[in-house]
Ligand binder design. Structure first.
Ligand SMILES: C[S@@+](CC[C@H](N)C(=O)[O-])C[C@H]1O[C@@H](n2cnc3c(N)ncnc32)[C@H](O)[C@@H]1O
Length: 273
């Protein structure tokens, strides 16, 4: 069967099941089942019996709402592929904004700073920063040992120099100049309302931001002051930027907000003189 035909049939099934981005996801799974590139797919590649069997298996799992990134074991971030497992959040495109903030902040310094990515997950932020600016010292922390080992694997695959340590927020780190963090920010009460892909498959430790949603972020900002961090960029959820800015300002920082491509206030930047 032609790969494109298989994908259009699968897309119909996905659409009927309410799976978002049905056509894109169907193509992704067909290419993964057949082990073909995008260009081979468009050039008219076919699926043999073994590939069709694999596709049936992948489709059944996707219809049970297992995220496509876990099915194929990878996700692209900042133009590179990262291994992801159910122990790690699947990187979201809006998080690339955090990388941009860190690169800009590093540019402003005459002495190469130590950058710490707190709550690194699969390591996408830390590994990207280390590859984009190899002269920086980059450290990544996560409270989940399973996530940290995926981050380690991604650093190894990309040949990135990143020190990866397990622990709570900045506690495993001795010095930090620039902090970047995409910590959990969903209020605990709202976790049950998440869509099934997130609620049932992605790790709750990646989402649970405590009663207010910003508990961990605010605690991190306090740790930044205690460790004399001069710059922090933290990702926030919809409607949280003002509260996080107020918290950073109470802690003596000057702040600004960066907006993502959807026009949502997504990153709060805090600077301490
Ligand atoms: C929203 S995920 C972000 C993962 C990755 N940085 C990304 O952007 O794809 C949050 C991460 O923070 C970690 N985490 C949760 N609580 C933490 C804590 N107290 N200290 C350090 N990491 C924590 C979780 O294990 C998870 O990997």
């Amino acid at each position: 069967m032609k790969a494109r035909f298989a994908a259009s049939r699968l897309a119909e099934q996905f659409e009927a099941a309410g799976i978002p981005d049905a056509a894109f996801e169907a193509e992704l799974l067909v290419r993964a089942a057949a082990g073909i590139s995008r260009s081979a797919y468009f050039a008219g590649a076919s699926l043999d019996d073994e590939a069709l069997r694999r596709l049936d298996e992948l489709a059944a799992r996707r219809l049970r709402r297992e995220p496509a990134a876990y099915l194929i074991g990878k996700r692209e971030f900042y133009g590179r592929e990262f291994v992801v497992t159910p122990a790690t959040l699947i990187p979201r495109p809006e998080t690339e904004l955090l990388v941009e903030c860190v690169l800009e902040a590093a540019e402003e310094r005459s002495v190469p700073p130590t950058v710490v990515d707190v709550g690194t997950g699969c390591g996408c932020i830390a590994v990207t920063v280390a590859l984009e600016r190899p002269f920086l010292r980059v450290v990544a922390t996560d409270i989940s040992p399973a996530a940290a080992s995926v981050a380690w694997e991604n650093a190894r695959r990309h040949g990135a120099r990143v020190d990866i340590v397990v622990g709570d927020l900045l506690s495993p780190v001795r010095t930090a100049d620039i902090v970047a963090a995409n910590l959990p920010y969903i209020p605990t009460e709202e976790l049950r309302q998440l869509e099934p892909e997130l609620r049932e498959w992605e790790p709750w430790v990646a989402f649970d931001g405590g009663p207010s949603g910003t508990d961990l972020i605010e605690r991190l900002l306090g740790e930044c002051v205690a460790r004399r961090v001069s710059f922090a960029a933290v990702e926030v959820g919809y409607g949280q930027a003002a509260r996080v800015r107020r918290c950073a300002e109470r802690l003596g920082a000057s702040t600004e907000t960066r907006t993502d491509l959807a026009g949502i206030e997504r990153v709060v930047v805090a600077r301490w003189a």
